[in-house]
Design a binder for this molecule. Structure first.
Ligand code: OXD
Length: 304
């Protein structure tokens, strides 16, 4: 029987693009829009990161391949099928490029110059060498590790936080409560690439900001829910933090009138650090689906 792969990515209007991109990589398979299938017959599903409970009616699910790097929402209430998150070189490269861009922008004071520009003020700021700029990267996994290494290659003084410490690579990796404090206390620029779990939800809060050097900056490219928004606003308004570059938010899209929109110290981005482009990522997704179809364990399954 021909295997059927259902595509249920959001927005539904974009599904045709995924279907077009995936089909040539899955010969002998029907790649179709989820909306065109009887829900009780869907066994293999390609989705982004919708709330898992929206899939609860797919009672025959056997494998879910996400088009997203993080599947925190999908894990909430999805049927008991294996779920693979997306790990693919083009996605990693885009995130690495984004982190480097954001850190260089903060390092060379571009947000501060934009504020000066708003006041028509011609005021050169002191230039600091990259080697004197302490950067912390929270997370040393599939996305955190390459980003931390690229920052180190660019000359920054990088320390990363992970579950396990490691001192022998180009980036020192620290762990635990002591590691957390060490990264925060030293980081002039803090980059968040943690995955969102019950233990990391709300981890970047007032206590975290109080540990950071006065005038430090935050780059959040992981999940909005890592950050306590009210605490971040307070830290920015009090001058404890100088800047925040935010690609992710507790609620997306960011709602009209949210204080981040007009905040002079916040750069708002619409979750674009590492967008999932079907044409670039279909090969990696299809390869994992083929593994499943051939009875091999798919790669990058998340613990459930
Ligand atoms: C994500 C993604 O997980 O965009 O945020 O892939």
């Amino acid at each position: 029987m021909t295997a059927v792969v259902a595509v249920g990515t959001d927005p539904p209007a974009g599904r045709r693009r995924w279907i077009r991109a995936l089909s040539p990589h899955l010969p002998g398979t029907n790649v179709v829009d989820l909306a065109d299938l009887d829900p009780s017959a869907v066994e293999i599903l390609v989705v982004g990161n919708p709330p898992g409970e929206t899939l609860a009616h797919l009672s025959a699910l056997r494998f879910v391949q996400s088009t997203w790097a993080g599947v925190d929402a999908l894990l909430q209430g999805a049927p008991e099928a294996p779920i693979a998150r997306l790990v693919a070189a083009p996605l990693t490269e885009r995130m690495t490029e984004f982190v480097l861009t954001a850190v260089l922008m903060l390092h060379r004071d571009l947000p501060a110059y934009r504020r000066l520009q708003g006041r028509e003020e011609w005021s050169p700021l002191p230039v600091v060498a990259a080697g004197e700029r302490a950067v912390g990267v929270l997370g040393f996994g599939e996305l955190g590790r390459p980003a931390a290494l690229r920052l180190a290659e660019a000359g920054f003084d990088v320390v990363s936080l992970a579950n396990k410490a490691a001192g022998d690579g180009p980036v020192p990796v620290v762990a635990g409560e002591q590691g957390w404090r060490r990264v925060l206390e030293r980081s002039r620029i803090l980059v968040n690439l943690l995955s969102l779990t019950p233990s990391t939800r709300g981890i970047i809060d007032r206590r975290a900001f109080d540990l950071m050097p006065v005038g430090a900056a935050l780059v959040n490219a992981a999940r909005g829910a890592h950050v306590v928004e009210a605490d971040l606003l307070e830290a920015l308004d009090s001058g404890r933090l100088a800047d925040a570059v935010l690609d992710v938010f507790e609620r997306e899209p960011l709602c009209p009138g949210h204080p981040f929109w007009a905040h002079p110290r916040v750069t708002v981005l619409p979750h674009v650090a590492a967008p999932s482009e079907p044409e670039a990522l279909a090969g990696a997704i299809a390869a994992n689906i083929r593994r499943f179809l051939e009875g091999e364990p798919p790669r990058h399954l998340v613990e459930r």
